[in-house]
Design a protein around this ligand. Structure first.
Ligand code: 4AD
Ligand code: MG
Length: 461
């Protein structure tokens, strides 16, 4: 079997020759003597039209095909200069591999994304999800390519862990204990010494702490894997299971970190624009008009930079527009992030030097004693897409901050050791992979860029 992609890409080789293609029926339209099938084979965004005639022995069977049926077509590829599509197959043979029942839920009309969310197993057969998931795949490849070309080592960090990297307590517990009737300590707490690992464990919220240990051995590393957060926020940009890319670099400060993030995002945008033009045109026409202009502008301009303190001053002037009023010390909400990047900067922007109270324990403390060397990258349409920082590399300062925050240094011994044995200035960030795909495609809901999304009250399939 050849593929629709191969036919489109090397059309000269195939025109007026015999081809065999396997795929699924998108539509059938027949008359007494002949009919048309629109075939999609999954290898390419475009479809192929098949013309069949009543000289075929199974003409009746073909005419009765429902949308969704799997067929193999053998015939001649002929040019159709007057038609919308550049060529079609004049079929000699249409073999029905698997018929489709008449109640097939996807029909030729446009279905809403909400409706398609109720059938995550069938939605990849639609135009929109063909485009989304091919771009998702290319985007993952581009990220690996970017870091590998720069000599970064890909580190696989564990999914089951005993620590809470972000300290936000938003973790899914992993246990083999019977939690309806768990073994108890004398003080009324659960006795985890009898659990599988002999201690309390959870699914990781970030690979960063493990990643840092490898950066202190390989210098430049990255992780790319699933992370889990039991955040009870039912929004269009939060998932309970999402993928994160976390580079970590020794001998790098916050500016180096932002340069790397900007270079990576631009590389990935360029790669996808070059390698998925059909899909990107589709998004630009049907999902987010102006997407291509915006992305082309982003790769050709510098990202904005603003400190948290400056950002608060800019936002405070617009407090009448917000549900949550901003003040110095508050955590930025999506509405504030979007206002900054969409209304004030009109491009991606790095916000730096956040108050230490709203950031994680591991961030490097600034001289002012109030802020930390953190950076978030905000993009139009989404808000935060990247969170990162320079890490505290001084043993005593880190220990003091952990004491202040009530974290037990003995549970982070490996992490403290890095500050004891050849500590370096080092930085890293986390890119939310799904938010990156949303940004590239213009899709507005994280549920529509994950094949099988896990969100509050939703773990189907
Ligand atoms: O800002 P976050 O929490 O940073 C970290 O986890 C650091 N340990 C990263 C690092 O420095 N190595 O998360 C990083 C990114 C966010 O900017 C966001 O894009 C994404 O991960 N993210 C989520 N994406 C989807 N659903 C969620 N619930 C997310 N939580 C964070
Ligand atoms: Mg963050």
């Amino acid at each position: 079997l050849t593929t629709v992609k191969e036919i489109y890409k090397n059309r000269e080789e195939y025109l007026n020759k015999e081809v065999s293609v396997g795929g699924w029926v998108r539509s059938v339209r027949g008359s007494k003597a002949f009919g048309f099938i629109v075939l999609h084979d999954g290898t390419f965004f475009e479809t192929l039209q098949v013309v069949y005639h009543d000289n075929m022995p199974n003409f009746a069977e073909i005419s009765k095909l429902n949308v969704g049926a799997a067929i193999i077509v053998k015939g001649t590829l002929v040019p159709t200069p007057e038609a919308k599509q550049p060529f079609e197959i004049q079929a000699e043979e249409v073999q029905v591999e698997g018929a489709s029942a008449p109640d097939y839920p996807l029909q030729k009309k446009r279905h809403t994304l909400e409706y398609l969310r109720t059938m995550t197993h069938l939605r990849p057969r639609t135009n929109t999800f063909q485009a989304v998931f091919r771009v998702r795949s290319l985007c993952a490849y581009a990220i690996h390519k970017f870091f590998q070309e720069k000599g970064f080592v890909y580190v696989h960090t564990p999914l089951i862990t005993g620590s809470d990297c972000e300290g936000a307590g938003e973790m899914f517990q992993v246990t083999t204990l019977d939690m309806k009737n768990p073994p108890m300590n004398e003080d009324g707490t659960v006795d985890y010494s009898q659990d599988f690992f002999g201690k309390e464990t959870n699914l990781t919220v970030s690979g960063q702490l493990n990643g840092e240990t490898y950066a202190q051995a390989f210098r430049n590393i990255y992780t790319f894997g699933p992370t889990f957060r039991a955040e009870n926020s039912n929004t269009t940009r939060h998932a309970a299971e999402f993928w994160m890319i976390e580079p970590e670099c020794a001998f790098a400060d916050l500016d180096d970190n932002m340069d790397l993030a900007e270079e990576m995002l631009k590389y990935v945008i360029r790669y996808v624009l070059e390698n998925a033009p059909e899909e990107m045109n589709f998004f630009n026409s049907f999902i987010d008009k102006g997407l291509l202009d915006r992305l082309n502008h982003v790769v050709n301009s510098e990202f904005g930079h603003v400190t948290y303190t400056e950002a608060i001053e800019l936002l405070e002037k617009n407090n009448d527009k917000f549900d949550y009023k901003v003040f110095w010390g508050c955590d930025l909400q999506t509405e504030h992030e979007r206002y900054l990047t969409e209304q004030i900067f009109k491009k991606p922007v790095f916000v730096t030097d956040y108050p230490k109270e709203i950031k994680a324990f591991y961030m490097k403390q600034n001289e002012d004693g109030k802020t930390v060397a953190a950076m978030d990258c905000l993009v139009p349409g989404i808000g935060e897409i990247i969170g990162g920082s320079q890490r505290e590399d001084d043993y005593d300062k880190l220990k003091a901050r952990m004491d202040e925050m009530g974290l037990k240094a003995e549970e982070y011994q490996f992490y403290m050791d890095l500050r004891k044995y050849g500590s370096t200035r080092h930085s890293g960030f986390g890119l939310g992979f799904e938010r990156c795909v949303m940004y590239l495609t213009g899709m507005g809901n994280i549920r529509d860029v994950i094949p099988f999304p896990r969100t509050v009250n939703n773990c189907d399939l």
